[in-house]
Design a protein around this ligand. Structure first.
Ligand code: F6P
Length: 320
């Protein structure tokens, strides 16, 4: 009797999704499964849009950003009608299980499908690294390196002009990416949604920095912390110094995945298939203290990842 597994990428794309798809397909084929890929996220599932995947269809994708399956956000999955249709479509596809690669929306969809009797394993993928239960998500390390490279470039022009820069980093709800970018790029300050903002204090410290001989000063500002433009205008007004804003935006979502992202994606993908093959379901594969493990999806949904506030202090201590 033939066995079949499906894989889907859903929500915002993240570099390394392709490396995960490759691992899932090749591990699945290795264990005797026929493999299919659902296209365009859960919308593709609802519209019966899928492709057969073989070991060769995933050749030369380990180094590609984006997702060969395409992705999207699908609000219908939050409705009973959408969920029922998704369950029906999965039954019609006659698959033994599905691997869902994505962020928090994908986790919620995975959880709902599991509760409706579908065998699901979720893989955390998001540049935001905001999923509780895993130390890292697929794509995070790549986005971090992209943003740090961009700030290194900004530092050159900031120094040449003796300017302050406010650099906006992606992260609609959380500042995990901004915090690590801040430390790795040697920023003077970070502004994140999780911590109170004191513009006057930052302005005064930036001014002191100038007096101490700093030729450039950079504030890493998380997208979810408010308007970077308004913040920059306020800093300019309070300090009388020249301030520029640079919004890094979607360049952080694309690009060649780093080696670290590819390794994590390959490990997550392989384990996801092995768990389905062992008859397991409703699990999220995770990185915990250097080990690849799995935990119930419900646990990851219920938890809230905490920002390392000590790191904020370290950034300030090192930017003297
Ligand atoms: O989830 C990743 C993320 O890049 C957030 O940081 C950002 O706010 C959001 O997605 C934007 O997503 P989109 O414009 O694709 O809906």
């Amino acid at each position: 009797m033939s066995k079949k597994l499906a894989v889907i990428t859903s929500g915002g794309d993240a570099p390394g999704m392709n490396a995960a798809v490759r691992a899932i397909v090749r591990r699945g084929v290795g264990l005797g499964y026929d493999m299919i890929g659902i296209r365009r996220g859960f919308r593709g599932l609802l519209e019966d849009d899928f492709v057969t995947l073989t070991t060769r269809s995933v050749s030369r994708i380990i180094n590609l950003g984006g997702t060969i399956l395409h992705t999207g956000r699908c609000p219908e999955m939050k409705t009973e009608t959408g969920l029922n249709r998704a369950v029906r479509m999965i039954k019609e596809l006659n698959v033994d299980g599905i691997v869902v690669i994505g962020g928090d929306g994908s986790l919620a969809a995975g959880n709902a499908l599991s509760k409706s009797g579908v065998k699901v394993i979720n893989i955390p993928a998001s540049i935001d690294n905001d999923i509780y239960g895993t130390d890292e998500t697929i794509g995070y390390d790549t986005a971090l390196n992209t943003a740090v490279d961009a700030i290194d470039n900004i530092r050159d022009t900031a120094t040449s002009h003796d300017r302050i820069f406010v650099v906006e980093i992606m992260g609609r709800e959380h500042g995990f990416l901004t915090l690590d970018v801040g430390l790795a790029a040697g920023c003077e300050f970070v502004v994140v949604p999780e911590m109170p903002l004191n513009v006057e204090e930052i302005a005064s410290e930036l001014q002191k920095g100038k007096e101490k001989g700093k030729t450039s000063e950079i504030v890493a500002f998380a997208e979810g912390a408010g308007s970077s433009e308004e913040f920059a205008a306020k800093i300019a007004q309070l300090t009388g110094l020249e301030v520029r804003v640079s919004i890094l935006g979607y360049i952080q979502r694309g690009g060649r995945p780093t080696a670290r992202t590819r390794i994590l994606a390959s490990q997550f993908g392989s384990l996801a298939v092995e768990l389905l093959d062992a008859g397991q379901s409703n699990l999220l594969v995770c990185l915990e203290d250097g080990k690849i493990i799995s935990r119930p999806i419900s646990e990851a949904i219920a938890g809230h990842k905490q920002l390392n506030k000590m790191q904020c202090e370290l950034i300030n201590k090192l930017s003297v």
